[in-house]
Design a protein around this ligand. Structure first.
Ligand code: FAD
Length: 305
């Protein structure tokens, strides 16, 4: 096996573990696992997540709250997920937090009934618009791209206050960005975190990076309030020549905190994605897949603390 293949194999390994239901059940109920994951998950409750947002806002960092969860299979679970997100919006309003929320449409019932999913998302966007916040629609695997964009576009036309996510690893993304730019629909650009077949996505990291730079540039030139979501300093540099109030950087809670603070000191807008809740396992596994060295990092910190 060539050395260059090792990170790819580890990535696939962690992504396949993210689908393992038994391990998920065990991890999400384990106190030990909770301690291990504290670095990347703000807490199990909204209260813990709000405390994190308060602290970040005080440091001049904007936030987006993500009540963890995806792929629900029952309408009552989808409605419950909507209520959790509504509670987060109410907390944002009552504490005047500089925060949006991020949601996944499979959490709102996309796999069960598209009408139910749309209505759940609509209620959240309507309330976000009332309180001057925003709903950011995370992008899941390519099986959901068309349906997700259709819902986001409809809500954009009705309310504004949404942001779509486009993944640089997909071949289709350039055309999607051209369309969303024409509609002045805000976009978060990220590299992409799911396993995709080779007929829809670039396989080589260098190709994904090249496409990211190209798409970020298109958003910065012609888009509306883009979110440049990355921890990669080469990708961060592409936005620096553009006016500081025309875009924001977005990063994940617990990752490259040094870079987050440096950018704020330099006068850039930075938003941190703050995940919380009991259903943290798939999110956590995707973070390990991106950087398998995190396993060593977490274990070392665990023993240090
Ligand atoms: C705010 C935000 C929202 C996102 N939303 C989505 C979404 O909706 N859909 C989706 O598919 N993906 C989403 N992602 C994930 C994204 O697609 C990438 O998988 C992830 O950001 C890693 O890519 P990178 O740009 O940081 O670059 P990489 O090339 O992966 O990493 C560059 C450098 O960043 C640091 N780094 C990156 N990841 C980690 C990590 N897990 N732990 C520690 N250090 C790390 C390391 O120093 C690494 O060398 C989101 C990412 C962010 C920041």
């Amino acid at each position: 096996m060539r050395a260059a293949q090792q990170p790819l194999m580890l990535r696939s390994f962690f992504l396949s573990l993210s689908q393992n239901r038994d391990l998920r059940r065990w991890m999400e109920h384990s106190r030990l696992a909770k301690r291990l994951t504290r670095r990347f998950i703000a807490g199990n409750t909204l209260r813990e997540a709000i405390a994190v947002c308060d602290r970040l806002n005080t440091e001049g960092i904007l936030t987006t709250l993500d009540h963890l969860g995806e792929s629900v299979t029952d309408p009552s679970e989808a409605n419950q997920a909507r209520e959790h997100c509504m509670e987060a919006l109410r907390a944002i309003a009552s504490r005047s937090l500089q925060s949006t929320i991020s949601i996944k449409l499979t959490q709102m019932g996309l796999d069960i009934d598209e009408k139910l999913c749309f209505e759940n998302a609509r209620q959240l966007v309507a309330y976000a618009s009332e309180i001057g916040s925003r709903v950011e629609f995370d992008m899941e695997s390519s099986a959901y791209t068309d349906r997700t964009l259709a819902i986001v576009e409809k809500l954009h036309n009705e309310y504004g206050c949404v942001r779509a996510v486009i993944q640089a690893y997909l071949f289709r993304s350039e055309a999607d960005i051209e369309k969303l730019n024409r509609e002045l629909l805000p976009v978060r650009i990220c590299k992409g975190a799911y396993v995709e077949p080779p007929d829809v996505a670039f396989e080589k990291k260098s190709d994904v990076d090249t496409n990211y730079l190209k798409l970020a540039h298109a958003l910065l030139e012609d888009g509306a309030s883009p979110g440049i979501a990355t921890h990669d300093e080469r990708m961060v540099e592409v936005a620096k020549p553009f006016p500081k109030d025309s875009f924001e950087y977005q990063m994940l809670y617990g990752i490259r905190r040094d870079l987050q603070r440096k950018l704020v000191r330099e006068g850039y807008r930075v938003r941190v994605y703050v995940p919380y809740g009991d259903a943290w396992y798939p999110y956590f596994m995707r973070r390990l897949a991106e950087r398998p060295a995190n396993v060593l990092f977490l274990v070392r910190n665990f023993f240090k603390n």
